[in-house]
Ligand binder design. Structure first.
Ligand SMILES: Cc1ncc(C[n+]2csc(CCOP(=O)(O)OP(=O)(O)O)c2C)c(N)n1
Ligand code: SF4
Length: 285
């Protein structure tokens, strides 16, 4: 890691010289803008901030920032981000990827990131379609959406990322919408500040293949101020409310993150003096 810290005063200083190539109106612009703003608000050191991505239109995001970036393999954003964080716990690690990346090919990694409670933030940029590969249905394509490639819609129920994350006992769960960038920024800040695995479901419509702006604008409402974020049952009730798509923090729990657990384990083991392996190694040194 280079020794010089880089802190910035405004969002223009975070932008890289690569201009985003997303389609006009793509929700991913909103997610990127909110990440820029969150970095400034939190005064993050760009040289200690890593954005890891999967493959998809969403996967392009890291290159538009001056943070460190890792454009990984389709569906493997969480194992990669986990590895980065455990290798260097001082880093702020943000994982980004699409709904296809995170719930289809990569769906098996989500519960394990949750139970490990590794201290990273996962922003799922959900456009309910495979954008990069030109409009196939994804695990979050709801039966009410008709796509160019699916004129009769999907014939199966969609997955709900908030419901899954609550069921997996993710320690911070929030939902945001690209049409509400101020709130999105605030919740990215909260998620990054959370010590443990934080998940943000970012509704990020695809204007080319599944333009859901109108659908969501008619349904999004803020989570009521009286909602108790430590009450899992209330969070589940919010998710299941028909006709409304709640935005805000659903759930928050402060249990030990994986880095701290490992640190404690290491101290316990070291306090017991040399173990069998160390005595064995000593014979060769
Ligand atoms: C192992 C592997 N399988 C399939 C693909 C083809 N592929 C590229 S992106 C993608 C899905 C993109 O959808 P999503 O993850 O929702 O991201 P979006 O483009 O919508 O942001 C697929 C299937 C790939 N690159 N690698
Ligand atoms: S295809 Fe969809 S997700 Fe991809 S850049 Fe265009 S609008 Fe965005």
């Amino acid at each position: 890691m280079p020794q010089t810290n880089v802190h910035v005063q405004n969002v223009n200083e975070i932008k890289s010289n690569v201009v985003p190539v997303w389609c006009p109106g793509c929700g991913d612009y909103g997610v990127l803008a909110a990440i820029y703003r969150a970095c400034v608000i939190m005064d993050l050191d760009l040289k200690s901030t890593v954005i890891v991505s999967g493959i998809g239109c969403s996967g392009r995001l890291p290159i538009f920032t001056k943070c460190y970036g890792f454009h990984g393999v389709h569906g493997r954003v969480l194992p990669t981000a986990t590895g980065v964080k455990l290798a260097n716990p001082k880093l702020t690690v943000i994982a980004v990827g699409g709904d296809g990346d995170g719930l289809a090919i990569g769906g098996g990694h989500f519960p394990h990131a949750a139970r490990r409670n590794v201290d990273i933030t996962y922003i799922m940029m959900d456009n309910s379609v495979y954008g990069l590969t030109k409009g196939q249905g994804s695990p979050t394509t709801a039966p009410e959406f008709t796509l160019k490639a699916l004129p009769y819609g999907v014939q199966e129920e969609n997955l709900n990322p908030v419901a899954l994350s609550l069921a997996y006992d993710v320690s911070y769960v929030a939902r945001v919408f690209s049409g509400a960038i101020d709130q999105m920024t605030d919740l990215f800040v909260k998620a990054i500040q959370h010590k443990g695995f934080s998940f943000v479901h970012a509704i990020s419509p695809c204007t080319a293949f599944n333009d859901t702006y109108k659908f969501y604008r008619e349904r999004v409402v803020p989570i009521p101020a009286e909602h108790d974020v430590h009450n899992k049952k209330s969070a589940l009730d919010l998710w299941q409310t028909k006709g409304k798509v709640y935005l805000g923090t659903f759930y928050e729990d402060n249990r030990l993150d994986m880095g701290t657990t490992f640190q404690k384990l290491s101290e316990t083991v070291q306090s017991k003096g040399k173990g069998t392996m160390e005595r064995l190694f000593d014979q060769f040194t």
